[in-house]
Design a protein around this ligand. Structure first.
Ligand code: NAI
Ligand code: COI
Ligand code: MG
Length: 358
């Protein structure tokens, strides 16, 4: 059966990196029998400019109909002064929420060829393979009330609400226990239960769930310590489960252990395992339009799509192997360069992966 894939390139480097990921999908369709049909839709600042809405109705409808979404990135200074609901970021949050994509899987894996590019010493990161499971449709990014106003004394004020109900914690907790069970059997739940009521509930629910997963070793860590431990001794972690805000921050930290945020893919899944696939990074306005962005996070997100939604683990393996082989050849985008390697543009890196897959 043909799978419908919706490509939402977005802003900044989004279109550049998506172009390379689409070339990968095309070669898999042409040479490896992947049965797909591609469509494209506007999102983010590009959609604000053309439709006045970061997630126009027709884009949302196309997203609902798709079997999987390949998402680039959204946002940029051009739209920073827009009211909150017209900012590109709110289009992405709405998309995640409308599609029920509550489980965000962010694997941080070090390709051995990139040990030099890691922010940490080689011996601390060699063999790194962490899975961060981030809750994606709740917490402080969505909690109400939220807003800005003026105090009685005439001072400007603003507020957000961090809120979870137990069902939201149970569903992400179950997903994380299952993922941990299929990996190294260790799950670290990251919270701030020494301060936050919402974290205390989070921790209680994780402990209750643990009884159904006796084969998974559950531990808890405060988020400040977790940030430190990630850069001190990251290999102590196998699977991490955490809230929307903490997962957002910790996954960018973990990215630097792998050499660059341009190496981190992600899958955002709903209850049925359908999903959206996107790099962990943003629209990188500082390098947009220069053809230097690393497309590998997006190409590796295609591998996650093949594995989790299209049920073509064989092709996912091929894509991941091709990434390793291209790195073996010494090809590097600027963010993962060293003295002995050859600098490649976004397009050259994508082309090298495509050639490997032919
Ligand atoms: N999922 C999404 O669409 C996300 C969107 N954003 C938005 O992106 C915009 C920029 O945000 P920043 O905080 O600057 O984060 P960012 O992730 O876009 O960039 C941070 C740094 O990483 C570099 N970088 C990012 N992707 C790269 C790649 N593929 N190759 C090489 N270098 C790369 C950038 O050049 C920059 O120096 C903002 O509007 C923000 O809201 C931020 C994060 C995620
Ligand atoms: C709009 C932001 C929440 C996007 C982001 O930083 C992320 O999902 O990692
Ligand atoms: Mg982020």
């Amino acid at each position: 059966m043909t799978s419908r894939i919706l490509v939402m390139p977005g802003d900044g480097v989004g279109p550049e990196i998506c172009r390379e990921a689409v070339r990968v999908l095309d070669v898999l369709a042409h040479d490896h029998g992947l049965d797909i049909e591609l469509d494209e839709a506007l999102v983010g600042g590009a959609a604000v400019d053309s439709a006045g809405d970061p997630l126009p109705e027709d884009s949302l409808a196309a997203a609902r109909e798709a079997d999987a979404i390949l998402f680039g990135a959204i946002g940029g200074p051009k739209w920073d002064s827009q009211p909150r609901d017209k900012r590109p970021e709110s289009g992405l949050l709405r998309l995640r929420s409308e599609l029920g994509l509550f489980a965000n899987l962010r694997p941080a894996i070090l390709y051995s060829q990139l040990a030099h590019a890691s922010s940490l010493k080689k011996e601390i990161v060699a063999g790194l393979d962490i899975m961060i499971v981030r809750e994606l449709t709740g917490g402080i990014y969505f909690g109400k009330p939220a807003g800005q106003g003026t105090t009685d004394a005439g001072r400007r004020e603003a507020w957000n609400t961090m809120r979870y109900d137990e069902d939201e914690i149970v569903r992400i907790g179950r997903r994380a226990f299952e993922i941990a069970r299929a990996r190294g059997g260790r799950l670290c739940s990251v919270d701030k239960a020494n301060v936050l009521d919402v974290s205390q509930l989070w921790r209680d629910v994780m402990n209750e769930l643990a009884t159904a997963y006796p084969d998974v070793e559950l531990s808890h860590m405060y988020v400040d310590n977790a940030a430190m431990q990630l850069v001190r001794a990251p290999k102590q972690f196998d699977t991490i489960v955490t809230t929307n805000l903490f997962g957002d921050i910790l996954s960018d930290t973990a990215a630097m252990l792998t050499g660059s945020i341009g190496m981190l893919p992600s899958a955002s899944l709903d209850a049925a395992g359908c999903g959206m696939y996107e790099p962990v990074h943003g629209s990188a306005p500082d390098i947009a339009g220069q053809g230097v962005a690393n497309p590998l996070a997006t190409i590796l997100s295609v591998a996650m799509m093949l594995r989790y939604t299209l049920e073509r683990g064989d092709l996912a393996d091929k894509v991941e192997t091709a990434v390793g082989a291209v790195l073996d050849r010494g090809l590097r985008t600027r963010d993962i360069m060293d003295d002995e390697t050859q600098v490649a543009s976004t397009q050259e890196m994508g082309g090298a992966i495509v050639d490997m897959l032919r």
